[in-house]
Ligand binder design. Sequence first.
Ligand code: Z5A
Length: 209
Amino acid sequence: MSACLITFEGIEGAGKTTHMQFARDYLEKQGVSVVQTREPGGTELGERVRGLLLDDDLPAMAAKTELMLMFAARVEHINKVIQPALEQGQWVLSDRFYDASYAYQGYGRGMDLALIDQLKTFSVGDLKPDLSLLFDLDLETSAARVSGRGKADRFEQEQAEFFSRVRAGYLALAKQEPERIQILDACQTITEVQQGIVIHLAALLKEKS
Ligand code: Z5A
């Protein structure tokens, strides 16, 4: 069976972390060896960059700085974690990947999408997720799910308009690549969402076997 890269995307509180664990358990029961990782992060350098990106005590950073830090961490992630795992036949589940840069820095911050395309070509090459699960959630439910978590990070301090653009951006990306990016209604119960995940994972397992 050929190895796959599966990414989990959506606005905060959409359930990426919750459902990635479920997907891992499901795949392992099917005999698949799984590596679970995240962006920004996944490597020692990437986790330090994540610290900078989320630190709300730092003075504001330029949108270009933010974008390039995301891609710098991503290059390390691909070289040190994703590619080696795929070469060993392991399936990689990543909590966010390059779609997040289009959604947050492109649609959210208003950075030129063509520039992000160039950075992606330069840093990611032709590596593409086999499947991206987009957990789509309304802003009210998102806010309710993340409330009471303690100190908000740099992204969590953004206003509703920002998250509204990010959500719309994700939906636009899904429209452009409807085969790769599968939308799941994250307002449903956890069990209902996971029934949808199983359908996509089972189809991918069949395709790759
Ligand atoms: N970022 C970026 O700007 N550009 C990039 O290129 C990349 C990232 C890669 C950190 O991401 C930030 O980096 C992120 C975008 C930016 N900032 N934001 N916002 P992150 O993924 O680490 O942070 P996050 O999105 O804030 O994670 P999160 O809030 O933990 O969301 P989640 O993983 O999708 O949710 P969860 O932890 O699985 O669930 C949250 C709670 O809701 C939890 O209590 C669950 O039990 C509950 N939940 C989940 N699903 C349900 C359902 N269906 N019903 C009821 N309750 C549920």
